[in-house]
Design a protein around this ligand. Structure first.
Ligand SMILES: Nc1ncnc2c1ncn2[C@@H]1O[C@H](COP(=O)(O)OP(=O)(O)O)[C@@H](O)[C@H]1O
Ligand SMILES: [Mg+2]
Length: 235
């Protein structure tokens, strides 16, 4: 049984893109890999049915994905889960989410659980994403922006994770905007120095996402550093 929890320094930072690239990497390695987005806010009506946009991106790698298993709670308001749930009269069954994850882990070589927003995003009452990470007991992959502003956000997120004794597998920086090489290079050095956690690499700005998702070998140098490699998956 193996898995990772994919969190980020913020919303829109690239968690879903990184999760999808990881799916592609592990699929290419021959393993059975399954994505799980327990709570999706900002769900959209598509074909008369509520759909999770994050799951739709996973489907670009896994077209046969069982979408009901891949997402438990679909909320329409594009907000923090606690607010969307309150407005839509939803109560989360956290034990149910933990059980779903355990079942998926039992059925697949690797499960990738994607959080919502960042580390201290409330789910309900005083239970936050970081508490879910703690309960799931999965090592975390932290996605941050590659450019300006990321040192503060990334280091603070790592501090929060460390204070909860959550193991951090590595940090992946994602370049969604105009790039500045000297800033990116310095960000990697400073983040590693201040956190002691390896920055596995930078995902460049992807002009053609589908092409990138079909060619995981381009990101081999980043993902091969993850401990749960093909051999571990097949144990
Ligand atoms: N490396 C990248 N290159 C190009 N577009 C990206 C990249 N990373 C993310 N995006 C785009 O930015 C938006 C937010 O990314 P997403 O992965 O959905 O963030 P999150 O899951 O953290 O909210 C999406 O429209 C996505 O396609
Ligand atoms: Mg997402």
């Amino acid at each position: 049984m193996a898995g990772y929890f994919i969190t980020g320094t913020d919303t829109d930072v690239g968690k879903t893109v990184v999760t999808s690239l990881l799916l592609s990497h592990f699929k290419n390695a021959g393993g059975s890999v399954f994505p799980y987005k327990p709570i999706q806010s900002g769900a959209i009506l598509d074909d008369g049915k509520l759909q999770a946009p994050d799951v739709q991106m996973y489907q670009r790698v896994l077209p046969q994905l069982h979408t009901e298993k891949a997402c438990t709670y679909l909320l329409t308001k594009a907000s923090s889960p606690h607010l969307a749930a309150r407005e839509e009269n939803v109560t989360f069954d956290i034990d149910g989410i933990l059980k779903n994850t355990a079942n998926l882990e039992a059925q697949h070589d690797l499960v990738l659980v994607e959080g919502a927003g960042g580390v201290v995003v409330p789910i309900q009452d005083d239970y936050c994403m970081i508490d879910l990470m703690n309960d799931l007991k999965l090592p975390v992959i932290l996605v941050g922006r590659a450019g300006l502003g990321t040192i503060n956000h990334t280091v603070l997120s790592v501090m929060a994770l460390k204070s909860a004794y959550i193991p951090i597998e590595g940090i992946i920086l994602n370049a969604t905007q105009t790039r500045d090489e000297s800033i990116e290079k310095d960000n990697i050095e400073v983040i590693e120095q201040l956190t002691g956690i390896p920055v596995l690499g930078i995902i460049p700005r992807l002009e053609n996402l589908d092409e990138a998702l079909q060619n995981p070998q381009h990101f081999q140098s980043i993902f091969q550093q993850l401990n749960q490699t093909k051999e571990d998956m097949m144990r």
